[in-house]
Design a binder for this molecule. Sequence first.
Ligand code: ASP
Length: 354
Amino acid sequence: MIDVNAHILLIYTGGTIGMVENPATGSLEPFDFAHITKHLPELQRFKFQIDHIVFDPVIDSSDITPEHWKRIVHTIEANYTKYDGFVILHGTDTMAFTASALSFMIENLHKPVVLTGSQLPVGKLRTDAKENLITALEIAADKDSLGNPIVPEVCIFFQNDLLRGNRATKVNADNFNAFKSHNYPSLAKSGIQIRYNRKMIIQPDHEKNTRFHYRLDTRIASLRLFPGIDKQTVEAIMGMRNLKAIILETYGSGNAPLSPWFLDLIREAVKRGVIILNITQCDIGMVNMQLYETGRELLRAGAISGFDATFESAVAKLMFLIGHKYDKEDIKIRMRVPLVGEITRPEDRVNETI
Ligand code: ASP
């Protein structure tokens, strides 16, 4: 039920949603967000109160950095007691990275943080901005019969689906249906009504406060395998000085070549203390390094499993854990279990795998 007394904070960071076409040049330009109601008069029909904060400057989300994530979290922290929920307008390109990062940076979240954006600017006739923003605001203001927010999670709302932020990924550069969560069901579906999948929504520990974290370490790299990958390429990445972790994007259920030079480079990196996180290039399913010899060798070489993590959540979780200065063994333990629903729980993993 929408709480008519709710107070929602809209944080506009940039992206296509807040752009209009310059009639003279035809190019897209950010509009003055203070005039949002000119483009979306429907917003005035909400019974609850919506305030907004605009990032200065607004950015295309390709320019997002961990410093911006900290600014967003800081904005939420500074306004946390004043508002019932937060809607973040963000470019779609890196929205899943931001959602993943926020999910780790805000611990024991009690209120909805809903990210949304659009594929067409708000000033275009066929824009998807209107539906996305209006539904995101409704979700942020929705409460259960006890007056608690229905979705106290960092999530992404796009077209018809509310997705857990750290499970989502941008899959389509053209369609309105731009995001998917391949390994976890939608938290809600919007049609004539918004139908929540309540069993799948994480609830906070109401006895404990929300905590905000700002420490992130970006000393990570990624390596996507392909047949014929050059030894020099692997050497260059595995040999990078000061690196703390490498996300290795492997084939199928976590498989990689058996070539001795390749496995040697992995072993050497592991020996130097680098975490090698194995995630699969497949969208659906999870890493199981026990299945094939090509996975087992990687396991023996010291790689750890990323299970069904998205690339985006693997990046954010490693930055978060390394930033918190956990030692390598601690990080390995924390990578095995979900912190905020970003991977399937060990007890739900079919054939508990490594
Ligand atoms: N390049 C834009 C961005 O991510 C695309 C979008 O907003 O959809 O900021």
